[in-house]
Write a new protein. Sequence first.
Length: 54
Amino acid sequence: MREEHLAARLCTWRRSVAAEMKAIGLTWPETKRRAQDRANWRRTVDALCPTAGT
């Protein structure tokens, strides 16, 4: 039980985002740069989380 609690605590939002960005080949500086341009950020998010039927 204690190990499960510790593992859940270690998976932070930043770590989960970092893992997703790494999967598509982005670094934090590149991610921050893309986030400044709304259209570019939307394309990045769509690549990570495509919606069905689009």
